[in-house]
Design a protein around this ligand. Sequence first.
Ligand SMILES: [Zn+2]
Length: 504
Amino acid sequence: MKLVISFVSITIVLSCSVIKPAYKVGKTKYAEKYASTITQEELKKHLEIIASDEYEGRETGKKGQKMTAEYLKNQLTSYGVAPGNKGSNFQYFPLIETNKPQANILFHNKDFRYTKEFYFYATMANFEPFEVCADELVAVEYGIVEGKRDDYKGKNVEGKIVVIKLESPEDFSKWDWRKKLKFAESKGAKQVFFSSSNYASNLEKVHHYLTKSSMRLATDKVNKKELFIPFFFLSDELLSEIYLMERPEQEFLNRYPQYETIQFLYTKGMGRLESSNVVGLIEGSDSVLKHEYIILTAHYDHLGIQEGEIYNGADDDGTGTVALLEIAQAFQKAKDEGNGPKRSIVILPVSGEEKGLLGSRYYTENPIFPLENTVANLNIDMIGRLDQFHTNKEYVYVIGADKISKELHQINEATNKKYTKLELDYTFNKDNDPNRFYYRSDHYNFAKNGIPVIFYFSGVHEDYHQPSDEVDKILFDKVETISQLVFFTAWELANKPSRLKLNK
Ligand SMILES: [Zn+2]
């Protein structure tokens, strides 16, 4: 008897947790009425402007980004959306741009060139021009000291340049270049030259990163401790020039460099720039709940002009940007007609995303609305294309929705079920997904601060980060439906009686 009873009770407990009542969308006559003002015709009209050549690819800190900010501000103002930052539509932030380095190594009357015969990461150490005697080089094979292995044995590397093989033997796979570099530094080395048997393919992988300018927030303090000693990756050609002879592996340590100088010429250009997030506010109608905020983001910056080609970024993230305009207009219309949301809606097109999620990070480090009163962030980044995993365009990837608040996930499910009926694809929501999209767009800066987020995304495609990401390839009916889903979910979040429950 007992066994049976306990069996039955277990069954009941299980079924209770399985058949949890799904979230029920609040009754409203109005959500659909205002969502229907989000139309593909208007989305297209906006996108044809901001993703045109005239906007020069909207690169952060550059003319096209500023033109886009101005366009967004003018649209928001024309809808009647209030400026969100103490009377201004902008939240400015300062940037430091480091241009692509100009660097050469002169040796044996030969001129070796950056990104050809050698490369380095300009932002990871202080690279200054130098001239050294070639006999300052000390080879330490793999540069590993662990267990019985001691590649530094009998070698004094204090104040020297150590030459280290980049690849490690099988049992020492933890020894990547960072670890080797830090170790060489701890031994007193002043620089490291890495040799590699895969130089060409390694270079190929990072070439794009090496040949463009980089940006960082000027408000970030550069932590000297995070900088390495100067380090270079050398081609075999350059290395064998340094060692003068062919260099069979086993003889690596026996080679003696010549008494000649190695000259490293280097100039780097740095400049200060300014960019901005755009901020619009649709203040909540409830005197208490208006102090709680739903923040809607999309990045309006893109890659600008590279080697004469304009990267218009129609999908990335033109689609998210124009979606925000239409959603703002819908909420403002509701408010103007006396049906506005109870909580406040913040429309926050951010910039600096392509430079490393800078605008959204600046916002969360300098929040205009208190983070503790920020209920959720819904972020839209690329919603206008079909990826290789789908044949039917009626889908959207939903990422991150359940990570901080399961209730948020349920709400998004419920609004979609009631209104938009898209296939919600959770493939990229898995914790171990190798693409790591959860960490790759602006919502992550909110999630990092414990704020529930949803990232809406339709996937990558062959035009991703290419000059061919153009307006004529955008599926505007798809953009319309996903924008409406974001609107419905935001509407529900803004009007529901209690604030979102966070996961325990
Ligand atoms: Zn993007």
